[in-house]
Design a protein around this ligand. Sequence first.
Ligand code: SF4
Length: 92
Amino acid sequence: IKVEEKLYQNRYMVDEGRPHISVKPHTKPSDALAALVKVCPAGCYTRNETGQVEIAPDGCLECGTCRIVCAATGDIEWNYPRGGYGILFKFG
Ligand code: SF4
């Protein structure tokens, strides 16, 4: 089974109006923030037309990569989803 097929089996409960990750306001992204567009395995980060980095946390795998990459810069706010929300992994 391919990785993409395994990921497709996961389910995600969206906590409407309460995203567990947010990008702090910025005009030009730091190198760390800009890197998230490439390093997030779920593709949650994108650049908008003005070059700022945005996040759509639906589908976040809660891997913590973005949290580590931006630990020194503080570019993002990262919390675990509330109980019952977020990723539900299916193994096997
Ligand atoms: Fe992407 Fe992982 Fe950060 Fe979620 S925790 S937004 S999957 S890098």
